[in-house]
Design a protein around this ligand. Structure first.
Ligand code: ADP
Length: 539
């Protein structure tokens, strides 16, 4: 028997309509290249969104066309998200930090019809232009007064484009499975792969991340996404914030600047900020050196890479801020799990609670998790057994966009192989042991590089740490610790290695450590172990 409920498509328009009607006066504040403090409301934003959607049609863009962005987190990028998707087009966010070859591949592969770019990327586009199969129509995210000049490219000014366009629109009618956004994973092996989000998956993900035990979002929040809008749609914040009417605060090109982040947090009364660990290391450094406080921030979400306990401890002890550890990947829109305490935590002692907090958290309702052994047999949720982590759910990608070969991660049984190795405890808390390719096999035993890095990060003189496996005649592989010391800290390698004593099984303690000025990072701000391995190999 069928239910008797209205068949209304789950599309992103519903977020726009809701926020416009119910939270029209809620603010969006942005730092942009042409304005250090741009301020307007959801009403203003969505009126301009409709003007932009009309402008896209005037430019000749049609349903299904990809609309590229090379842009920081700001209000114009927000407008492009909605104008393209609600118009039946696909908002394709591009990470400007990728290598030139990857950018060329991605733009050619996506066949972007229009490309919106921050003024800062014009020189980059001038370099790429001749190598692209077809040059998209280029629109610069700027006002007229600050338009950059280009000798070789024809550039349209964003604000001029909007002028004269009507803020009225009849959105096209389409189904909830229509593509809404496209984001390529950085592709540590082979070419980047496109994850194509639908309206339905985006809306369901937005509802899910707003839940109390996930981002706990409400209209009383002021949210600062430091995670880029080109990195898995800033973890869904541009959709989830208007879905509840939360204020949005965008740092623009100043994402890595401690002073800007602190100023925004204080002046805009930010309550929630989200980002990868590297960002928080930089901010905490800035706050420590300048002896500053955070008066309104009450929680951070840290994900994208394992969050060291030092970040959680300093946020909590010095600033009274709770850190929630989250796990996900672009293929999951991106959120899979988030760590928030359950009632059983009241029975845990301080050390047990600290251990529990370091885990990546419980699966969000809608996402199924399982861990399997090498024969695909499911392993128990006992907090001990670990194996390949597989997931499925309505916001998990079912295949990659226009992939030439078959995806090895998508299996006939309907589960997606994440490439991560994990354990899950009796209460459902997931612990990422490692990326499967970063696990170190020494003398037949597995060593988790993540666990060693976590311990290294508790050393007071360590700013950043990475552990990789290096070939060893006797043991096949041994862990090598590579450390960036804190500014001015007097650290020596034997002291670093001794720091592991008593904290982990003796055979898994590295016997070698290197001190370096900096570690290589990926385009999404994570430590690039692939590059580090190459650097170590070449001495
Ligand atoms: P890429 O970095 O390749 O662009 P993603 O951002 O989608 O792609 O990266 C997803 C991967 O990042 C996960 O599969 C996992 O290995 C790692 N990751 C994400 N969050 C965490 C976390 N909290 N702890 C450990 N690893 C994480």
């Amino acid at each position: 028997m069928q239910g008797l409920m209205m068949d209304r498509a789950l599309t992103i328009h519903s977020i726009l309509d809701y926020a416009e009607r119910n939270h029209g006066q809620r603010e969006i504040v942005s730092v942009t290249a042409d304005n250090p403090c741009h301020r307007y409301t959801y009403s203003d934003a969505f009126a301009r969104t409709k003007q932009l959607a009309n402008a896209l049609s005037s430019l000749g863009a049609r349903m299904g066309d990809r609309i590229g962005t090379l842009a920081w987190n700001d209000h114009r990028h927000f407008e492009i998200y909605y104008a393209s998707s609600c118009n039946g087009m696909v908002c394709h966010t591009i990470n400007p930090r990728l290598f030139e070859q990857q950018l060329i591949y991605i733009i050619n592969h996506a066949e972007d019809k229009v490309l919106f770019t921050d003024p800062a990327f014009i020189p980059l586009l001038e370099q790429l232009a001749t190598k692209l199969d077809e040059l998209p129509i280029l629109v610069v995210l700027s006002d007229k007064a600050n338009m950059p000049k280009s000798g070789s490219l024809k550039l349209i000014c964003y604000e001029t484009l909007l002028e004269g366009e009507s803020p009225q629109i009849d959105w096209p009618d389409f189904g909830e499975d229509t593509a809404a956004a496209l984001c390529y994973t950085s592709g540590t092996t082979g070419n980047p792969k496109g994850v194509l989000f639908s309206h339905r998956s985006t809306l369901l993900h937005a509802y899910a991340v707003a839940l109390p035990d996930v981002f706990n979002l409400s209209t009383r929040d002021s949210v600062l996404p430091v995670v880029p809008m080109f990195h898995a749609c800033a973890w869904g914040i541009p959709y989830a914030a208007p879905l509840v009417g939360a204020k949005l605060v965008f740092p623009g090109p100043k994402m890595a600047d401690g002073a800007t982040l602190h100023n925004l947090m204080e002046s805009e009364q930010v309550t929630l900020a989200l980002g990868v660990p590297t960002v928080w290391l930089a901010l905490l450094d800035y706050l420590r050196i300048n002896d500053l406080k955070l008066t309104t921030l009450n929680r951070t979400v840290v994900g994208g890479a394992a969050c060291p306990s030092s970040i959680m401890d300093e946020f909590r002890e010095t600033f009274g801020v709770t850190t929630h550890h989250a796990w996900g990947m672009t293929e999951l829109s991106p959120l899979g799990t988030l760590n928030s305490p359950n009632s059983e935590w009241s029975e845990l002692n301080t050390e047990q609670r600290a251990q529990q907090r370091l885990k990546q958290g419980r699966g969000i309702c809608g996402i199924n998790l399982k861990i399997v052994d090498e024969n695909n047999n499911e392993l128990p949720w006992d907090g001990v057994a670990f194996g390949a982590l597989k997931v499925r759910g309505p916001w998990v990608c079912s295949d990659y966009f226009k992939l030439e070969s078959e995806s090895s991660a998508h299996h006939a049984d309907g589960w997606f192989d994440t490439g991560d190795v994990a354990s899950i405890d009796e209460q459902g808390f997931l612990k990422i042991v490692d990326r499967s390719k970063d696990l170190i096999k020494s003398g037949g035993e597995w060593i988790s590089s993540v666990e060693l890095e976590n311990i290294a990060m508790t050393h007071p003189g360590v700013q950043e740490a990475a552990v990789i496996g290096i070939a060893d005649e006797k043991w096949t592989e041994r862990p090598l610790l590579v450390v960036v010391p804190k500014n001015g800290a007097d650290v020596d390698t034997s002291d670093l290695l001794m720091h592991f004593d008593g904290k982990i099984a003796k055979w898994s303690i590295p016997e070698k450590a290197l001190l370096v000025a900096e570690l290589p990072h990926t385009a999404t701000g994570k430590i690039s172990k692939m590059q580090l391995r190459q650097q170590v190999k070449s001495g």
